[in-house]
Write a protein that binds this ligand. Structure first.
Ligand SMILES: Nc1ncnc2c1ncn2[C@@H]1O[C@H](COP(=O)(O)OP(=O)(O)OP(=O)(O)O)[C@@H](O)[C@H]1O
Ligand code: SF4
Ligand SMILES: [Mg+2]
Length: 328
């Protein structure tokens, strides 16, 4: 199946006086119609910068190179005027903190109507009708939610408004960056259910960003695991949880709460993620990896297809895989 979005060799760097620091390092992945592709990894892995590069909204000073192909057209080569037309209409984003993205002094209904009028050129009545439909779609009481100011809504309701705004123009791709991290478990489950329904009814592809592997396992079709700006493993969600081929992924899975293992202590990954300016040569995971050897400290492992047909960036992925099979 042709990819809707194809990210190829994307590098995001931050030039400075002491040289340039690569924050995202030559990553490639694809988004397919109707599928959820998750980017997962600890804090600082480069997940949000990847999303921002796709939207053409990198922080000041950061530079992107590589290719981001949307139906064959490279977003990194488009002028800002054309990107503006793509943002919201073709690719939309749901952020972690709705408060930072909603206008506190404008009623919710007016904010959605404005998006519809600007992007879809709807007249006042058309925008009002569509706003009511969108609020109903995200399961908010249409009239009272439209009249409310953001501070009058709960965290879960604000995130529903963000989702209504994101899908207002029927985008092809929805990027959800930690959309439920700030919410309690009950509301988190409701929002995930809503996102899944929206994916089926409105959006064709979702890039789901999270550090929560348990959540990713419930919603994703494909998973790319990121560490220090690189993708270190890529697999279908099912294959990844059955048998991870990268030591980092294995430890991420082992450190994820699992109801089946209740009562047993939760494993943790020793050490910390290095700062982006201090990523060691060779394999970036080597200082935390129990399998690290001389080769790992000298040679950066490429993301390669293993003997079992999986994609992992580890010199010893085949041995890691055998260990995983023995563990079962
Ligand atoms: N504006 C910026 N200027 C300099 N460095 C930045 C900037 N934004 C992010 N970084 C650095 O780039 C790296 C990747 O950041 P990013 O926000 O993409 O991580 P993340 O995977 O989304 O983490 P989190 O789970 O904490 O959201 C981090 O080391 C971060 O410190
Ligand atoms: S390449 Fe070496 S250090 Fe890196 S994950 Fe594999 S075994 Fe561990
Ligand atoms: Mg982030």
């Amino acid at each position: 199946m042709d990819a809707l979005l194809s990210v190829r060799d994307l590098t995001v760097s931050l030039p400075g006086r002491a040289g340039s620091i690569d924050l995202v390092r030559s990553i490639s992945f694809e988004l397919h119609s109707g599928a959820v592709h998750a980017l997962v990894g600890e804090s600082g892995a480069g997940k949000t910068l990847t999303a921002r590069a796709i939207l053409g909204l990198l922080p000041r000073g950061c530079e992107a190179r590589g290719q981001i192909l949307l139906n064959g057209s490279d977003l990194l080569q488009l002028p800002e005027s054309q990107l503006r037309a793509i943002r919201g209409r073709r690719i939309a984003m749901v952020f972690q903190q709705p408060d930072q993205h909603l206008n506190p002094s404008m009623r919710v209904g007016t904010q959605i109507e404005e998006v519809l009028r600007v992007h879809l050129s709807l007249d006042r009545d058309g925008a009002r009708r569509r706003t009511a439909e969108l609020l109903a779609l995200v399961e908010l009481p249409e009239r009272s939610a439209a009249r409310a100011f953001p501070h009058e809504l709960s965290g879960g309701m604000k995130q529903r408004v963000m989702i209504a705004l994101a899908i207002a123009c029927g985008p092809d791709i929805l990027i959800a960056d930690e959309p439920t991290t700030a919410l309690d478990a009950r509301v988190q489950a409701q929002i995930m259910k809503l996102l899944d329904r929206i994916r089926r009814e409105v959006c064709t592809a979702v890039l789901f960003i999270s550090h929560d592997l348990a959540l990713v396992g419930r919603v994703a079709d494909e998973v790319s695991v990121m560490y220090c700006g690189r993708i270190v493993e890529h697999a279908s969600a099912r294959a990844l949880f059955e048998c991870a081929h990268h030591p980092y992924t294995q430890r991420l899975i082992a450190s994820t709460p699992d109801p089946a293992k209740r009562g047993r202590p939760l494993a943790s990954i020793p050490g910390t993620v290095p700062d982006s300016g201090k990523v060691p040569d060779g394999c970036a995971f080597a200082p935390r990896c129990p399998l690290a050897g001389e080769r790992c400290r000298l040679e950066t492992p490429a993301l390669r297809t293993t003997e079992t047909g999986r994609r992992a960036a580890c010199h010893f992925a085949e041995a890691v895989m055998e260990g995983c099979l023995l563990d079962r």
